[in-house]
Every structure is written in C-alpha cells, then in structure tokens.
Design a protein around this ligand. Sequence first.
Ligand code: 6AU
Length: 262
Amino acid sequence: MVSFSQQTYASRGEQHAHPVAKQLFATMERKQSNLSLAADVSTKSELLEIADKVGPYICVLKTHIDVISNFDQDLVVQLQALAEKHDFLIFEDRKFADIGNTVKLQYGGGVYRIADWAHITNCHVIPGEGIIQGLAEVGMPKGRGLLLLAEMSSKGMLATGAYTDKNVDMAIRNEFVIGFIGSRRFTEERDLITMTPGVGLHASGDALGQQYRTPEHIITENGSDIIIVGRGIYGPGKDAVAEAQRYREAGWNAYLKRLDQN
Ligand code: 6AU
C-alpha cells in the first residue's frame, strides 16, 4: 500500500470517512495551503483583524479563545463568518486534560461553548481513553473532530515513547479522532492527520522552551501534514500577510517535494 504521506491531499480527502477530515483535505487542495495560523493575540479586534488578513492563505485558523480579554458571543459569530468568507476551518487549541464527565461540560458549555463553533479541538490522553469518549459524546453529533497531543514541540516535553504509542493506539480505535499534534506521521493503519507546531523559517526557539524546525523538515522528511505557525507570521516587526504567503509557499513546496519522492 502507498503510504498516506505519498498520496495527494485531494485523494486522501475523497477516501476519508470523517466529515471534518474530508472538509480539511478539500480546503487544503483548493487553497493549495497546508498552513495553520496560531493566532495567539489577546483582544477580539486583533484576532478578527489577523484572521481577515491572513485568512486567504491558511487552511486552519488556530485559536486560544481563553486568552482573548474581551471575548463575547459576537466574536464567535464574526469568526465563523470569516471562516466562510476565506474558506478555512477553526481549531480551538483547548488541550483538554480532565476526566470524561468534566471535559464534556468544558467542551459543550461554559462561557465559550467550544463545540458550537470549533471544527477541531485537541486533548491530552493522560486521564485515559474516557477523555476521548466524553469529548466524542458532545462533538460527534455536531460533526466535529479531535486531535491527540501525541508529542509536543517544547524542550524537555514528556510525551515520548510508550506514551506516544498509546496515543496512536487510542486514535486508531476512536472514530472521533482525526489526528495528532506531533512532529511526524505516526501510523499507516488509518489516515490520521498530523499537525505540527514549532515551525519557523528563521528562529530556532524562544526563551521559554519552544523549539522550531523548518517546513521542509516537518512536511518532506517527517511526513507531517500541516504546519502551525504563530510568531513566525505576526511577531514584532513582521508583515503578517507577506510572512503568511512565505510560509504557505514553503509548506506547499515541501508537500510537492514529498509527492515527487514517490
Ligand atoms: O509559532 P509559535 O511558537 O508562536 O506558536 C505555536 C503555537 C502556540 C502553542 O500553544 C501551540 O502552537 N503548540 C501546540 C499545539 C498546537 O497544541 C503544541 C505544542 O507542542 N507546541 C505548541 O507550540 O499556540
């Protein structure tokens, strides 16, 4: 069988059973983009502004909705309108980590009602498989998808070896799971999507343990599917649109190079 990482995003989308994965692959192909923007800004106006500016170049807008100091329901309405306008999916990077019953409440309710607007969210499996079941009870009926944090990008992270392998096993047997946060392709048993943070063309890291690798390393060599880029796009003194275009091109060329290696 041909490895998933050697098939086109278009054909993987056509074959995929999960509605969010299907939509994501189709969007990537249409926009020729495997770039996700990590929009770690702290106000409603900044988030809407960057989503509108960078929206044309990305397949996924990744949010940390709880860092927005003036969050309101209108923000979500406007974000959804921008997702329509620019054709991207929304990924709330909530990193759930509690027992199944608690995450159900956190995902479906509270102030943010994440399941109502985020196509994708993510969780740690440290509590065991019940966390996936709890999130699935809320997210599956709404047609949402979940990523497991199989690895992290930061220095000294503890998600390695047997823990990473357990993530892969759980992902394979839970249909709500569409993939992973991690640095590489993890399995050929089912088409699970890898999204990789810690991507930068210039910097090697930050003062708090973040580590950066290039799109080529992540996509061509490691077989990951999507690059997640934050400060590389909107950091101090940067032209966010120009940087987004640069990362989109670098990510897409790395993907084309991977296909060429067939
Ligand atoms: O490009 P940066 O360093 O400005 O931003 C990276 C983004 C941040 C992190 O919260 C997130 O990616 N992240 C994650 C995710 C996506 O779950 C996991 C991880 O291991 N490392 C990481 O940086 O919004």
